[in-house]
Design a binder for this molecule. Structure first.
Ligand code: ADP
Length: 242
């Protein structure tokens, strides 16, 4: 579904090389120490940065020459991407039309997605009137309303407490299943990966060091760096500091 073939990228002295094929419908936790290259991998897929060589395909079609906003994907970042002057309904509607000229059918889609993520009572509110968890639901609704086959999550939930994170992850997991969306989700929390993901991808020094089913994340015979990452999480040391 998402295929990076011999993709290389260089930033100053650092070299990244990614070669990975992620099947459709997988929810993949992207793990690894800080600075390993997780965001770089997502940014290459999204088109915010361009590889030196190699190819990137989404659903079998090369997107190398496709502008970021035209790629068949939605992306959420650490900083929430809501517009303060727009209501919840309009923030979500932006996912369907940048000028908010929505058809009747599109308005119905917005309402439908709001029901699915549990924010249908908040349509007329503005972002400042929402809690952190509600804002995340709005941002996610805007991603899912677009019906893109690929969703990239660059740690958007890291500031939420564990209970809220689990609620939001349940939505991601459920919506990804219903809409058959492939998800790449950067996280520093092993528990989040175990809870929401079907697979994990471990990035180390600018490369994919391991890609496997999530059930193998805690098995004793994985890659040493993966084991260290998991153990740090279990000991309460933030793997982000590794
Ligand atoms: P991670 O997400 O695993 O913490 P990143 O992908 O954010 O790691 O960063 C990996 C390294 O790449 C960092 O040292 C970062 O400074 C560098 N890097 C790569 N591309 C860029 C860029 N376009 N601008 C700034 N830094 C970059």
């Amino acid at each position: 579904m998402l295929r990076l073939s011999n993709v290389t990228y260089r930033y100053q002295q650092e070299t990244f090389s990614f070669d990975i094929d992620i099947p459709k419908g997988n929810v993949v936790a992207v793990l690894g120490a800080s600075g390993a290259g997780k965001s770089t991998l997502l940014n290459l897929a999204a088109g915010f940065i361009r590889p030196l060589s190699g190819d990137i395909k989404i659903a079998g079609i090369s997107v190398l020459d496709v502008e970021p906003h035209l790629r068949p994907l939605a992306m959420l970042f650490q900083d929430m991407n809501l517009f303060a002057h727009l209501s919840v309904a309009d923030n979500i509607g932006l996912g369907l039309h940048p000028g908010l000229k929505l058809t009747q059918q599109q308005r119905a889609c917005v309402l439908d997605i709001c029901r699915q993520v549990g924010i249908d009572k908040l349509l007329t509110r503005f972002p400042e009137q929402l809690s952190g968890g509600q804002k995340q639901r709005v941002a996610l609704a805007r991603c899912f309303v677009q019906n893109k086959p690929l969703l990239l999550l660059d740690e958007p939930f890291s500031a939420l407490d564990p209970i809220l994170r689990e609620e939001i992850l349940a939505i991601v997991k459920n919506m990804a299943r219903i809409k058959n969306v492939t998800v790449l989700m950067v996280t520093h929390h092993t528990n989040d990966a175990l809870y929401a993901a079907s697979h994990y991808l471990f990035v180390e020094q600018g490369k994919v060091a391991d890609f496997d089913e999530i059930t193998n994340l805690t098995s004793c015979n994985q890659n040493t760096a993966v084991r260290k990452f998991v153990q740090a999480g279990e000991l309460g040391v933030s793997p982000a500091l590794l």
